[in-house]
Design a protein around this ligand. Structure first.
Ligand code: NAP
Length: 240
């Protein structure tokens, strides 16, 4: 059996490790991050060229099933995979890690709305963890930002007052607590990424009684088979 595993997440690497070598897994990475953590087994890197490109790629590679274990905010590849698989008649599963409970967070639908919330609430020292691609929305907000991202954002989109912290999770509770205390953070902005690798910031924010602005997930395409754990994804593959 040949499975295309759309990855770039810890869950995708865990699933590849569970399936390999009994199943021929081809893991796919977007190629955004230099020196990415690599899964076991075969890996390909780079976009497919939209729905059309992916449909051709599936046919050429003779893939029997696709598991989309991309990040919950990688909405374009998720929509493309759903369409390409439906058109090609290839079984398709989304592995979507459970979302974090909203708790007392201020829930918003976009980076733009998160930036408006920071401005409206007059937060002054903001821990911004929404990732490189969302930072432009905060460029004109009059606050100081501790920006944490895996790769450096384009300097043109950075807010005027900021500190840039380039790092990659997982993050520990005590480190997050120390970081937020040390920088005198008064609000945290995050996506609802879910999972354990980056949730310690929420626990630290709760301890410090800091407000959290949480960008909600984009919806999944209608009608896709969805599971929430690596175990369930292994079960889905095994059943085929
Ligand atoms: P996206 O906006 O959904 O996708 C943009 C384009 O990138 C897609 O149309 C596709 O290009 C290509 N692409 C994305 N993921 C791919 C994959 N796994 N394999 C091959 N091509 C892929 O994606 P994104 O939000 O930029 O995320 C890119 C990657 O980083 C994803 O694999 C995701 O799992 C990972 N990641 C994302 C986030 C996040 O917050 N968005 C966080 C952590 C990790 P073509 O149209 O040319 O096929």
């Amino acid at each position: 059996m040949r499975v295309l595993l759309l990855g770039g997440t810890g869950e995708a690497r865990a699933l590849a490790a569970r399936l390999h070598p009994a199943v021929h897994v081809i893991s796919s990475l977007a190629g955004r991050v230099p020196d990415p953590a690599l899964p076991v087994g075969e890996v390909r890197v780079g976009g497919f060229g939209g729905v059309e490109g992916l449909r051709h790629w599936l046919a050429e590679a003779g893939v029997d099933a696709v598991v989309d274990a991309t990040h919950p905010f990688a909405a374009t590849i998720t929509a493309n995979a759903a369409k390409a698989c439906a058109q090609a008649g290839v079984p398709h599963l989304v592995l979507a890690r459970p979302a974090w409970p909203h708790g007392a967070a201020i829930v918003v639908d976009s980076d733009r709305e998160a930036a408006e919330t920071v401005a409206r609430q007059q937060f002054s020292r903001v821990f911004l963890t929404t990732g490189r691609s969302g930072i432009a929305a905060f460029a004109d907000v009059d606050a100081w930002f501790l920006i944490r991202a895996v790769t450096a954002p384009d300097a043109a989109v950075l807010p005027r007052r900021h500190e840039l912290l380039l790092s990659r999770g997982p993050y520990r509770y005590d480190e997050e607590l120390q970081l937020m205390r040390g920088r005198r953070i008064d609000a945290v902005v995050t996506k609802n990424s879910g999972g354990d690798m980056t949730r310690a910031k929420l626990d630290a924010a709760a301890t410090l009684e800091l407000p959290v602005v949480m960008v909600d997930r984009p919806p999944l395409p209608a009608g896709v088979d969805t599971v929430h754990t690596v175990d369930e994804a292994v079960g889905w593959i095994s059943s085929r």
